[in-house]
Design a protein around this ligand. Structure first.
Ligand code: AMP
Length: 426
């Protein structure tokens, strides 16, 4: 029987993992610069948490969740709901009024798999809880943009405001009226959404629907004075920070909990799945989930899509070439057992060392050293062993020098480290 990974679930092989590590490390670095702390969360929650937060009539809750119906639990389709559940459960706000948290991990949605869209995918999510100021919205977007820039990726930022509980319901009514007049012409999904989730019709991907909604009333014309002022200030703050963006009045996002600012980072060479990251403000959500009355804003980026965008950059360019410092090539049994101690000693002193135990020829071992991208090979044969020396070959320029084994294991690591460090700086 040949067992394969299930559709939409993907192995991340070692050569690709280096890119994942690069993205994760850079994200952590940037988040720490902005004062964020990491939180780690379980991948399952009670189903009700997602239905209550993401919204009963959203695609995610209606048809994409992996739910154990008999147990009432669901694999998380996104991180914000879980993060807020943990935030409330542990009373994190009691310590300080504003909390900046991030988390990295797998999410699960039963979507149709295609390039850039998987059923298990990974998100880097960042959330600021407790701050209502528009400057924070700008700061969060600026952080997302910096992340993409430092990865050397190009993506544009699109921003919108979805209003609040005061101004959205009247806008919703306007949209429903507008859509009812088009009813027959919309795709079947949008005909259904006209009453279940009318705002979603505005960002339907169907070209015919797109054309039809061009003249739809804009949420931006319906914002209450508070939301309008907030959005103006968000834009002024983005300008102040020198963040490039454009306003997209049709961006509505697929989750119900958003209020006011919403945004997406769009990459233009990702094909259909062009959003590389997205987020927004969710001012009523924490209270809805039984927590304190605190506002929040955050975003998530998909690691798979970041990796796809990074394909244009080589491992060398990203500094990801995995190198071995020293490959120890032993000739003969005695040399081999001596080498095992040598390799272990080198590793203990922080040197990336490798050897081969199968007693192969020098030529085969040199080939192996090449495959491992080894910078040096230390050759120990019978003669060398008798004289307590080894031959150290620089694999880049083929220069050779004698390396003394006389002083015993304690000194090997240090002397080799010196040689390697000197050769790097030379
Ligand atoms: P969302 O949680 O839907 O706002 O998505 C935020 C980001 O997560 C997107 O911009 C993508 O980068 C990523 N993402 C969402 N769904 C998927 C998926 N099915 N496969 C891969 N990445 C995804």
């Amino acid at each position: 029987m040949k067992v394969k990974a299930i559709n939409g679930f993907k192995d991340i092989l070692p050569d690709e993992v280096t890119r994942w590590q690069y993205i994760e490390n850079l994200s952590r670095d940037i988040f720490h610069r902005f004062g964020f702390k990491e939180i780690r969360l379980p991948i399952m929650e009670e189903t009700g948490l997602f239905a209550r937060s993401i919204g009963q009539a959203t695609d995610i809750v209606e048809k994409e969740m992996y739910t154990f119906v008999d147990k009432g639990i669901t694999l998380r389709p996104e991180a914000t709901a879980s993060l807020l559940r943990a935030f409330i459960e542990h009373g994190i706000h009691v310590q300080q009024p504003v909390n900046r948290l991030y988390t990295i991990g797998p999410m699960f949605r039963h979507e149709r798999p295609q390039k850039g869209r998987y059923r298990q995918f990974h998100q880097i999510s960042a959330e600021v809880i407790g701050a209502v100021e528009p400057q924070v919205d700008a700061e969060v977007m600026a952080m997302g943009q910096l992340l993409l820039m430092e990865m050397g990726l190009e993506a544009s930022l699109e921003v919108n405001s979805l209003g609040c509980l005061e101004c959205r319901p009247p806008y919703r009514e306007k949209i429903v009226n507008f859509l009812e007049n088009l009813s027959e012409q919309l795709c079947s999904d949008c005909q259904r959404r006209t009453h279940t989730n009318p705002l979603r019709v505005l960002d339907c991907k169907n070209p015919r629907c797109r054309e039809l909604v061009q003249d739809a009333p804009s949420i931006l014309d319906s914002l209450c004075s508070g939301c309008s002022e907030h959005f103006t200030q968000v834009q002024a703050s983005l300008d102040l920070l020198g963040v490039q963006y454009s306003v997209n009045k049709f961006m509505v996002r697929g989750l119900d909990y958003y209020t006011r600012t919403t945004f997406e980072f769009i990459a233009h060479n990702l094909g259909a799945q062009s959003a590389v990251g997205a987020g927004g403000r969710y001012d009523g959500l924490i209270e809805d989930l039984g927590g304190p009355k605190l506002p929040g804003i955050g975003f998530a980026m998909g690691i798979e899509r970041l990796v796809l965008l990074m394909l244009e950059r080589s491992d060398d360019d990203l500094g990801l070439q995995q190198k071995t410092d020293v490959f120890v090539a032993a000739l003969g049994e005695e040399a081999a057992s001596h080498s095992a101690l040598l390799v272990h000693t080198l590793r203990k002193s922080g040197i990336k060392a490798a050897m081969d135990y199968s007693g192969r020829s020098l030529k085969a071992q040199m080939k192996q050293a090449g495959r491992l991208n080894s910078r040096y090979t230390l050759i120990i044969g019978e003669n060398e062993l008798e004289q307590n020396t080894a031959v150290l070959r620089n694999m880049e320029n083929q220069n050779q020098q004698n390396f003394t084994l006389e002083d015993g294991p304690a000194s090997w690591g240090n002397s080799l480290k010196l040689i390697i460090e000197n050769s790097v700086s030379a």
